[in-house]
Ligand binder design. Structure first.
Ligand code: KPL
Length: 347
């Protein structure tokens, strides 16, 4: 019987949403020695994907999968600590996960073991459906790696610890390959329930130090909330404008009409943030412009969704701002208009 690398490694991380960012998180978690198990609605046993890192290195990811909810008549989902070590989660071309979570020990439980660590990386509008029936432990730790805000509010057990993840990294899908275009800063911080605006006052969990040694540029900053809001305003300006006008991010500030709309959207967002937190520095536009310039050739995620005829994340991004504004009795005419325009294009 092999032992996990440390007691902290014994608890596997489950992943909901094995898309671009979910796979990148899975790769870093595995590099840090954690077991990662993908939760799926179908019975795929192993998910095979290739991650191409910025230096051209190819990482062949083979991730164990489990059904998020057991199929009728199927054997109950086993806790991975009770599963035999057949090495199937250990052939990814990245350093092995020690034997974390894959020992031969222990009898099969008679009911699904509650999940204690979960990464939610699905698109925000699918959060409710993705979480339905997932047996989360009352004290589960949940990493929310999604655009926008509020998509998990009211959807987790009361005792769960939700940690927000904001990443400036970019990954592009190309068939079964996922190309990491940029490995940029990633910030983690406490979810809304425990962290006050701009405070980021909490301590990181014990596993954070292990993970940050393997996840490049991962931080637990004191001003997490402000960083999260800066990302939100970037998405609230760039995503709907690029989606509606079907342009790359860099086009926004080259086109005077789009630049004027961007200015209005940023200004309205600043009014909301300032009302929520008087220490908010305001003047978000230069940061939005810098983000658009830094990702000039990118197809924003909302543009990609609209090109694919899919539902967008507008409700979690601009919709979140509008819900805050409504509660504060602030009018956001530009956001209202752009939300309606994007939603009119939803399938
Ligand atoms: O996060 C993004 C997105 O497309 O969702 C930006 C930063 C706008 C990059 O395209």
């Amino acid at each position: 019987m092999t032992k996990p690398a440390s007691p902290d490694h014994a608890e596997p991380w489950y992943l909901l949403g094995a898309g671009n960012m979910g796979l990148l998180a899975a790769h870093y978690l595995r590099r840090a020695g954690f077991t990662v198990i993908v939760l799926r609605r179908d019975s795929t046993p192993i998910l095979e994907r290739t991650l191409i890192l910025p230096d051209g290195d190819r990482v062949r990811l083979q991730l164990l999968c489990e059904r998020a909810t057991p199929a009728k008549g199927a054997k109950p989902r086993q806790h991975p600590r009770a599963r035999s070590n057949d090495s199937t989660n250990n052939v990814s071309g990245i350093p092995p996960a020690g034997s974390a979570g894959l020992s031969r020990a222990g009898p099969a439980p008679t009911r699904p073991a509650p999940i204690r660590r979960l990464v939610v990386a699905c698109k925000a509008p699918f959060s409710a459906a993705a979480l339905a029936g997932v047996p989360l432990a009352a004290d589960a730790t949940v990493l929310r790696l999604q655009n926008g805000l509020g998509s998990l509010d009211g959807r987790l057990p009361d005792g769960a610890r939700m940690i927000e993840v904001v990443s400036a990294s970019a990954v592009k899908r190309d068939g079964d390959r996922h190309r990491v275009v940029a490995e940029n800063e990633t910030w983690m911080g406490e979810g809304a329930a425990t962290g006050g605006p701009g405070t980021g006052a909490s301590e990181p969990p014990a596993w954070f130090a292990t993970l940050s040694a393997h996840w490049p540029k991962l931080h637990w900053p004191d001003d997490f909330r402000h960083r999260q809001w800066r990302k939100l305003v970037g998405n609230a300006v760039i995503n709907p404008l690029t989606g509606l006008h079907d342009v790359a991010n860099g086009r926004i500030f080259q086109d005077p009409a789009l630049a004027a709309e961007a200015k209005q959207l940023a200004r309205e967002a600043d009014r909301v943030f300032t009302a929520l937190d008087p220490t908010w520095p305001g003047d978000s536009l230069p940061g939005v412009r810098a983000l658009a310039d830094a990702t000039a050739d990118n197809t924003s995620s909302m543009r990609a969704d609209m090109q694919a005829g899919a539902v967008t994340e507008i409700d979690a991004i601009n919709g979140w701002l509008l819900r805050q504004a409504d509660a504060l009795d602030i009018d956001l005419p530009s956001h209202r208009r752009i939300i309606a325009a994007v939603k009119a294009r939803h399938p």
